[in-house]
Design a protein around this ligand. Structure first.
Ligand SMILES: Nc1ncnc2c1ncn2[C@@H]1O[C@H](COP(=O)(O)OP(=O)(O)OP(=O)(O)O)[C@@H](O)[C@H]1O
Length: 649
């Protein structure tokens, strides 16, 4: 704990900052002051600190999510690491896994057999449960009969011995004792629970709820950050809405995209708002009446928020708006008029929905003749979402950099208030959050931003103009994109802002002919960003990010600092080199592409080593974003302008 009790723990940087020799070399050398040369780090870094020990090196580590718990499977054998270099152990492990995979390859026949086996298992379990229930019933009936018989006999004995003065005392004693037994027996049978027992049942339910909450509590108190298991790991899926860059990519890119597409139905997905679950009696209901028509048709989007204690981190707005219908135009015009009133009385025309993320819906619009993106975030008072949304707005406004999405205006509106009738009335601005007894104040935040017409970076992957063949990239284009991201990060970090959720969905593109790729990079979505206090190098207890891009030390230890962004950048450097996603959602769960994080020998050393440096397991061994920026700007100059065809959308 740091002085001031803020709960943040700055990490101890063992070696101090990276230094970079700014000599114009085709193969720049990056060093850290422990003397580790990361141009050859894979063979020089001590084996136990290589990426191998986190399973990353062999490209197959699987992050398994159990609520807030992450763990890596298939890590390299530590005994092997004592004897050999990390690379050698990784190769060994990879071979072992390949052999295992081959022997357990799933054929249709084996899949059928597996299904059959699964069904047989289920039948067996069902039979066992039924048998158990029958046995319990039989024992209960037998016990009741025995007790009944004993009571009868005692009554008979008492009646028969009424004249026998000598045995009377014993008999009455026996009777009362037997009555006690009988009572006890009856209560054991559960025929007549005592008031205390009656109370016990809800208590046991409550305790199971408490157990379920332990995942959140075990992460420690939320120290200015989040403690949101359901939102902590985001999936990078959700296709870009703009139908750009749809050309077929290389074979394994297609596989990658297909897998990501399939991911929507993968049961291991982290849970977000459960829209389809019916609201229970103690569940607050969010009714989106703004989506209803004037003719009074029912709301088109209904979502529910879990009770305060566990549901504050779940923002229903994203799902609430997903049910688009013909009413959407009415909704857009209503939002437009509300915005006109709030943004300097200058008309904003909303034209369409671009998409919706975890925290809200994004619209395409026009404001003062400029194309704009309008982000809306709905949240209730006192919710963690409120802090996040307001922080996002404040951060966005405070950042002014060509590689960060510009924020033109933001506005917070309260919608619904304590005087709003609970039932049946149209709330002031269309939305009210109701509970069984109270009306909770709700808010809507508008953020008017520069519109990125190239869509998210993820939509660019596989574009033939940049990746003409599998494994072949137009390097100047790729490097210019990475450079744009690195510049944005270097700027953010210089202002002590950690983006916290860097991934190809949050890196947007804007057409710009001056750039080698044809796009200017615009980093956006500051919903999970944090501002580091002066004396802190990172924040603790913040397990948040997006699967495949989240830094292991964030996922495992909840430690968020600038290095976490650099790790995510490393993953994206690999993706940009190959033009495919690094992560795959397979039937077995999420895992990295088998090639990750290797680069072919043809890859320029500066690019390869920088990417691998960003992926270093130890945060202090990663280069800073400023170093990455410097290395890549030199590389870009050395590469010269691209010679291929321009990127066509
Ligand atoms: N300024 C913008 N210009 C163009 N499109 C945008 C802009 N901001 C967001 N979008 C698009 O709107 C959609 C939703 O964005 P949002 O940032 O809300 O969610 P996300 O990043 O997809 O998911 P999450 O919030 O869960 O990280 C995405 O497809 C994104 O590319």
């Amino acid at each position: 704990m740091k002085p001031g009790g803020c709960g943040y723990q700055p990490h101890t940087s063992v070696g101090g900052p990276f230094t970079y020799r700014t000599t114009r070399l085709p193969d720049p050398v990056i060093t850290v002051d422990q003397g580790i040369n990361i141009t050859a780090y894979s063979s020089m870094v001590p084996a136990d600190s290589s990426l191998a020990s986190q399973g990353l090196f062999f490209g197959g580590y699987q992050l398994v999510i159990l609520r807030t718990l992450y763990y890596a499977e298939h890590v390299v054998d530590p005994d092997c690491l004592k004897q050999r270099q990390g690379d050698a152990c990784v190769t060994l492990l990879r071979e072992q896994l390949r052999a295992q995979n081959q022997s357990s390859a799933v054929t249709p026949a084996s899949a059928g057999a597996a299904r059959h086996m699964h069904a047989s298992k289920a039948a067996l379990v069902g039979t066992a449960v039924a048998a158990f229930v029958l046995v319990v019933l039989a024992v209960t009936v037998a016990a009741v009969l025995v007790l009944h018989y004993r009571r009868k006999r005692l009554e008979q004995a008492a009646a028969a011995g009424g004249s026998n003065k000598g045995s009377h005392g014993d008999a009455s004693h026996a009777t009362s004792a037997s009555s006690r037994d009988l009572e006890a027996g009856m209560r054991q049978d559960g025929d007549k629970p005592s008031p205390a027992e009656a109370e016990a049942a809800p208590k046991s339910t409550a305790s199971s709820e408490v157990l379920e909450d332990v995942g959140c509590a075990a992460t420690g108190p939320c120290t200015g950050g989040t403690c949101a298991p359901s939102l902590s790991a985001r999936r990078p899926d959700g296709p870009p809405l703009d139908p750009v860059m749809t050309q077929a990519g290389p074979a394994h890119q297609l596989k990658c995209h297909a897998s990501l597409g399939d991911a929507k139905s993968t049961p291991t997905a982290p849970v977000t708002t459960a829209v389809d679950d019916p609201p229970t009696s103690d569940t607050r209901v969010l009714i989106i009446t703004s989506l209803s028509t004037s003719s009074g048709s029912p709301p088109t989007g209904i979502a529910y928020i879990a009770p305060e204690a566990e549901g504050d981190d779940q923002d229903p707005s994203a799902s609430a708006f997903t049910g688009q219908s013909s009413d959407v135009y009415e909704e857009l015009s209503q939002l437009s008029s509300e915005l006109r009133a709030s943004v300097g009385d200058v008309a904003i025309e909303l034209q369409r929905v671009i998409g919706s993320g975890t925290f809200g819906t994004v619209y395409k619009g026009t404001w003062q003749g400029l194309p704009v993106a309008v982000k809306t975030v709905l949240f209730s008072a006192n919710a963690e979402n409120r802090r996040r949304a307001l922080q996002e707005a404040a951060l966005c406004k405070s950042i002014n950099h060509p590689n960060v999405i510009a924020t033109y205006a933001s506005d917070l509106q309260s919608i619904g208030d304590d005087s709003t009738p609970v039932q049946g009335d149209t709330p002031r601005a269309g939305v009210v959050i109701k509970s069984t007894s109270t009306v909770v104040l709700a808010w809507r935040l508008f953020i008017v931003q520069e519109f990125a017409d190239g869509g998210p970076l993820r939509g660019l992957y596989g574009n033939r103009a940049i990746w003409p063949r599998p494994g072949v990239a137009v390097l100047p284009a790729v490097v210019s994109i990475v450079l744009g991201i690195a510049r944005a990060l270097a700027h953010l970090h210089s202002k002590r802002i950690v983006h916290g959720d860097l991934n190809p969905n949050n890196v947007l593109l804007k057409r710009d002919r001056r750039e080698a790729s044809g796009f200017a990079v615009k980093v956006g979505d500051f919903g999970l960003s944090v501002l580091l206090p002066e004396h802190c190098t990172h924040l603790s207890n913040m397990r948040q990010g997006t699967m495949f891009y989240i830094c292991p030390s964030v996922a495992v230890m909840g430690r968020v600092g600038p290095e976490a962004d650099v790790f995510s950048l490393g993953v994206m450097m690999w993706e940009l080199y190959y033009g495919v996603c690094a992560g795959l959602w397979t039937e077995a769960g999420p895992c990295y592409c088998p090639e990750f994080p290797n680069f072919p020998p043809s890859c320029p050393a500066a690019f390869r080593n920088t990417a691998l440096g960003c992926l270093q397991r130890r945060p202090q061994f990663r280069p800073t974003a400023a170093v990455v920026e410097e290395v890549l700007s030199i590389l870009l100059q050395d590469l010269g302008p691209p010679t291929g065809m321009p990127v066509v959308l």
